[in-house]
Design a protein around this ligand. Structure first.
Ligand code: BG6
Length: 486
């Protein structure tokens, strides 16, 4: 049964709306996942004439890797859902006008605007009587830059909405491969018995990007990699790898378990920040044979800056399952290639019944490739075939490519999944306040630690895998980063 609701995109003429939201809504429409009477309201300042607006939508939808072929018939019926509404979202009169234009169905308000105007927009909605018990609010990051500013933003939302009406987006949670993490862990019997400190040596999570700070320099310069990527995306991945089995497959049960992981993260502050974190900033270099400028030389760069465009962290979870198992996290811009993967490095077998070449890593590994070439790889020890004296072993890969295994299935974009879940009223893939508070608290410790110790960003060449010191973070523990195999 499809939920009937209208979807209002506030900031509906913005970049995110064109690049991600409308293509995702079109795909949902094409798959018949929107109720017949659902309207999509593009709430903007009236920058575009109607025909130009639709043309723009169409050209972005065509460019989307998830939409692939766009057909005229479904595009035509999709356009019938569109209401281009121009007004000031902070004005209660304009909100009233909007309310009057829509039917009695539930409304999903999607705030694709800077958080600095969340408060007046919510107030206008409230004053206009546009909010009922069933209205839902979707908000995008950045939700604050510290625990304190997160609380301020959140409190303004709470003046009009309740927790169960608020959907805080972390688009990583909408990615197919990220959702598959829980299925993989909990639906395969052989992982769970090994998923702990007895068998796992360490975990690595890498989210590497080849793009630079690009046209978002001023936002990024205030934020840096720690706030932009670690506080949300990487910590959510840590939670999904490390959490316990939830009591039920329900939003709050899953979020309760994630919260426990966030609360169990060992504090990093001035006393241990230099041993456990590395900051970096890219300089000029080349990526895929193309010369790219350094961070401070980017087109819209404004002067000097020590903002980190790379960060590597040794995180530890202080609980019974993970005590003593480091989680090495790294993320950065302008790295050698764009990829995200999780490596579960198992411990070596203790009893060696045959001599093993010391250069062969005698330990199993599970690599979960989140993007691109989504899939799973297991490294297993095997005898090298042949008649040579003695037994030689080799670590060989068992590869599962999702694209090949699920040839007939289209992989939806993260925003399709998330928008659909909002219409269904399912909060599982959205972050609860307490999760975000916990994540900010941990990140604040690192930021304060950097400020107190004066830890600066080390340079790294664009097209590399970050500063050399990031290698040291693992070398000091006699480990090394996994090399990406493409
Ligand atoms: C966003 C960050 O949340 O995620 C960006 O603000 C980053 O800086 C992006 O580029 C990465 O997302 P994806 O889906 O391309 O890995």
């Amino acid at each position: 049964m499809l939920k009937v609701c209208n979807i209002v995109i506030v900031g509906g003429e913005g970049d995110l709306a064109f690049r991600k939201l409308y293509p995702a809504l079109y795909s949902l429409h094409r798959e018949n996942l929107l109720a017949d009477c659902t309207k999509i309201v593009c709430f903007g300042r009236g920058k575009f004439k109607p025909s130009k607006f639709i043309d723009n939508m169409r050209s972005w939808a065509q460019k989307s890797e998830y939409v692939k072929a766009l057909d005229d018939e479904s595009w035509g019926s999709f356009c019938e859902r569109i209401i281009q509404f121009s007004g000031d979202a902070t004005s209660a009169d304009d909100m009233k006008r909007l309310r009057a234009e829509l039917g009695p169905e539930e409304i999903v308000f999607y705030l694709s605007t800077p958080p600095s105007i969340f408060a007046p927009i919510c107030k206008a909605m409230g004053d206009a009587g546009a909010v009922t018990e069933s209205t839902r609010l979707v908000v995008e990051k950045p939700l604050g830059e510290s625990l304190e500013s997160f609380n301020q933003i959140n409190d303004t939302l709470f003046e009009v909405f309740k927790e169960q009406q608020i959907y805080r987006i972390d688009h990583y949670l909408g990615k197919e491969t990220v959702q598959n993490l829980l299925a993989l862990r909990f639906a395969n019997i052989f992982f769970e018995p090994l998923w702990n400190r007895t068998y796992i040596d360490h975990v690595q999570i890498t989210v590497a990007e080849s793009v630079g700070a690009g046209g978002r320099w001023s936002y990024y310069n205030e934020s840096g990699a720690l706030r932009d990527m670690v506080q949300n995306h990487l910590l959510q991945l840590v939670c999904l790898v490390a959490m316990e089995f939830p009591a039920r497959n329900k939003a709050n049960d899953i979020r309760d378990e994630k919260l426990k992981i966030i609360r169990s993260l060992k504090k990093i502050d001035a006393s241990n920040v230099t041993q456990n974190t590395i900051r970096g900033q890219y300089t000029e270099g080349s990526i895929a044979q193309e010369l790219v400028p350094g961070y401070k030389q980017e087109k819209d760069a404004q002067g000097n800056s020590d903002t980190e465009t790379f960060v590597a962290i040794k995180a530890e979870i202080e609980n019974n399952r993970w005590q003593g198992v480091p989680f090495y996290l790294r993320t950065g811009k302008r790295m050698a290639s764009r990829y995200s993967e999780i490596v579960i490095q198992f411990k070596p077998v203790i009893f060696k019944f045959i001599d093993i070449d010391p250069n062969v890593l005698n330990a199993n590994q599970l690599v979960i490739r989140l993007q691109p070439n989504e899939g799973i790889q297991m490294n297993l020890m095997n005898k090298v075939p042949g008649l040579s004296e003695g037994t030689s072993l080799q670590n060989v890969e068992l590869n599962l490519s999702f694209e090949e295994a699920f040839e007939e299935h289209r992989s939806p974009s993260a925003y399709e999944r998330l928008l659909l879940d909002v219409t269904r009223g399912d909060q599982t893939l959205f972050m609860r306040s307490d999760e975000l508070r916990g994540a900010w608290k941990w990140v604040d410790g690192i930021i304060d630690g950097w400020a107190t110790t004066g830890q600066t960003s080390k340079s790294y060449k664009s097209g590399s895998m970050g500063p050399d010191d990031a290698l040291g973070l693992l070398i000091q523990d006699k480990r090394k980063w996994q090399v990406f195999e493409g």
